[in-house]
Design a protein around this ligand. Structure first.
Ligand code: ZN
Length: 93
């Protein structure tokens, strides 16, 4: 049976994409401001202890009570961290 040759629409009706700079909803926690950023410097991710490469998009987590304690995370590492801590703030070592 013949297949209709159909092009995909240019844009999906509702784009799941959120504006740049806005963290995905799953990443948000009540105790910190979280933004999606890319920088021109490398950062060390506290989740995997590896470098976040310059110009790659990642998350920056800024505790509301301690803005100096901000950390840069790979998105995947932050997801794992949230699963582990259930969204609570981990005590600082
Ligand atoms: Zn990481």
């Amino acid at each position: 049976m013949p297949r209709k040759h159909r092009r995909l629409p240019e844009e999906p009706p509702t784009s799941p994409r959120r504006p740049r700079g806005q963290a995905p909803l799953w990443a948000l926690v009540p105790w910190a401001d979280i933004r999606r950023v890319s920088g021109d410097k490398p950062y060390r991710c506290p989740g995997c202890d590896l470098e976040i490469r310059p110009l790659s998009w990642h998350l920056v987590v800024v505790p509301r009570s301690d803005p100096e304690g901000r950390r840069h995370w790979h998105e995947g590492c932050w997801r794992i961290e949230l699963n582990r801590t259930q969204g609570r703030r981990r005590d600082r070592a």
